[in-house]
Design a protein around this ligand. Structure first.
Ligand SMILES: [Cu+2]
Length: 152
């Protein structure tokens, strides 16, 4: 009788752990992030944008001097930022990695050096969480095996 309850308990614990593992990755990423960027000769402010994989990034772009461009390597984004106008471009950060942001409008002498960084962090199951989950599974299996062999 005890064995049957123990088995049921073990299966229930495994089920909970696997359900948690299944839903864990959606805890990071998948958010809508708004990033305001100001372009000026010859930099973007901020020059570095960090998001999580799966985020939807809404770039709100403005220039304080001349017309600049906003091009993201590998993300098929290329817009003009015109003085006095606010340009909005939405990007789904589905590819993790480090991507260069470049100015795609000739804006002055140092135009080729007008670069920024778009960093997309790989989202996944938290390592600590994974460790705890497998630890719990291990304890449950060990306890089950112990009681099973003792034979109640
Ligand atoms: Cu520029």
């Amino acid at each position: 009788m005890l064995k049957r309850q123990l088995l049921a308990g073990a299966w229930f614990t495994l089920l909970i752990v696997f359900a948690a593992l299944f839903y864990a990755p959606s805890a990071s990423g998948g958010e809508v992030v708004t990033v305001h960027i100001t372009a000026r000769q010859f930099a973007y402010e901020p020059g570095r944008v960090v998001v999580n994989q799966g985020d939807t990034v809404v770039f709100v772009l403005e220039t304080v001097d001349v017309t600049h461009g906003f091009y993201i390597d590998g993300y098929d984004v290329d817009v003009r930022i015109i003085p006095g106008e606010t340009q909005t471009v939405t990007v789904v950060a589905d590819t993790p990695g480090k991507f260069k942001i470049r100015c795609s409008e000739t804006c002055g002498a140092l135009h080729p050096f007008m670069v920024g960084e778009f960093i997309v962090l790989r989202s996944g199951v938290n390592i600590a969480f994974l460790g705890a989950a497998f630890g719990l599974v291990g304890v449950v299996l060990a306890a089950t095996a112990y009681v099973w062999r003792r034979g109640d």
